[in-house]
Write a protein that binds this ligand. Structure first.
Ligand SMILES: Nc1ncnc2c1ncn2[C@@H]1O[C@H](COP(=O)(O)OP(=O)(O)O)[C@@H](O)[C@H]1O
Ligand SMILES: O=c1ccn([C@@H]2O[C@H](COP(=O)(O)OP(=O)(O)O)[C@@H](O)[C@H]2O)c(=O)[nH]1
Length: 293
């Protein structure tokens, strides 16, 4: 049976599990790390804030996340980086599979990516990325705040993450045209060493984005959970707009620090897009073993 079918068999198994993170696995896979996802959220969304950062390949998601980490004390989890780390991990069951999917610009089966994210979140919550200063408050008493970059890119991932890991707060949609993204990716490709920053893979990634990932953005938009930022201008200008959007959504952002330390984060406030839609839509902080809790 292909590896991915085995993963799915385990993932959807109703049999009892050895623990939260170690599923009942096919005998031939015994001893290997195998993704298992529960049917209720692992993390409490009243304590753990999750912001999805979406946008086409090369739109500037990672660039904006890096800045946000410094100013807001987020943990930045790039789904692509986690997948590349798992791909390169010696002995990974999923290495070859991930490599093929990334080169073809396709979306790796959600069981793998969701599990990697869950594991990385667990690591951040037990080893907070900020331990001193005012931003450390966001990581005390089981609290945490995450930017999940480049995920979810497919509807099944979105629904599964909300169900099994943590209910997300909102989507930061970093958006520009394919022309802009192409130029940025080809430039990045000169130094990134990434197997997919080449013209052939880029074209496939654009197609996947439009056909598979935009429906995710539309899904959240219909629920008023999308804030869209035009990422065509220089990165600093984009960031100014990103900050405004984040400040509107996080009452205890640095702008508000000192005014109220007991402000409750709410996910029910409607989101207003800060920029008009573009016509043609189009990072690593943690390396975690897939089976690691
Ligand atoms: N606003 C911007 N203006 C110009 N170049 C940018 C901008 N944002 C990002 N870049 C550059 O474009 C490339 C892609 O950005 P990156 O943040 O890696 O995109 P993504 O994470 O969406 O794939 C990088 O080389 C980055 O330095
Ligand atoms: O949830 C995800 C995120 C990424 N990827 C794969 O990883 C690649 C690179 O994604 P990344 O976010 O690193 O880069 P981007 O395309 O945004 O520049 C994608 O094309 C997909 O093949 C995936 O399968 N699932």
């Amino acid at each position: 049976m292909p590896v991915i079918d085995k993963i799915k068999e385990v993932f959807h198994s109703k049999k009892p599990h050895r623990s939260d993170t170690a599923p009942t696995i096919p005998a031939e896979n015994e001893g290997e790390a195998t993704p298992y996802l529960p049917t209720e959220p692992v993390f409490d969304d009243s304590k753990v804030i999750v912001i999805f950062v979406l946008g086409g390949p090369g739109a500037g998601k990672g660039t904006q996340c890096e800045r946000l980490v410094k100013d807001y004390g987020f943990a930045h989890l790039s789904a692509g980086d986690l997948l590349r780390a798992e791909q390169d991990r010696p002995g990974s069951t999923y290495g070859d599979l991930i490599k093929d999917y990334i080169r073809e610009g396709k979306i790796v089966p959600m069981e793998v990516t969701v599990k990697l994210l869950e594991n990385a979140m667990r690591v951040s919550l037990s080893n907070p990325p900020v331990t001193s200063g005012p931003l450390a408050e966001h990581w005390k008493n089981g609290k945490g705040r995450f930017l999940i970059d480049g995920f979810p890119r497919k509807m099944d991932q979105a629904l599964k993450f909300d169900e099994a890991v943590c209910k997300s707060s909102f989507v930061l949609f970093i958006n520009t045209t394919e022309e802009v993204m192409l130029v940025r990716l080809l430039e990045r490709g000169k130094t990134s060493g990434r197997a997919d920053d080449n013209k052939e893979s880029i074209v496939k990634r654009f197609r996947t984005f439009v056909e598979t990932s935009m429906p995710v953005v539309d899904y959240y938009r219909a629920r008023e959970k999308v804030v869209e930022i035009d990422s065509s201008p220089p990165a600093d200008v984009v960031y100014d707009n990103v900050r405004v959007a984040i400040d509107e959504r996080l009452p205890d952002s640095p702008t508000y620090l000192g005014q109220s330390s007991s402000t409750t984060f709410t996910t029910s406030t409607p989101i207003v897009a800060t920029t008009p839609s573009q016509s043609a839509p189009a990072g690593l902080t943690h390396q975690v073993e897939l089976g690691q809790a």
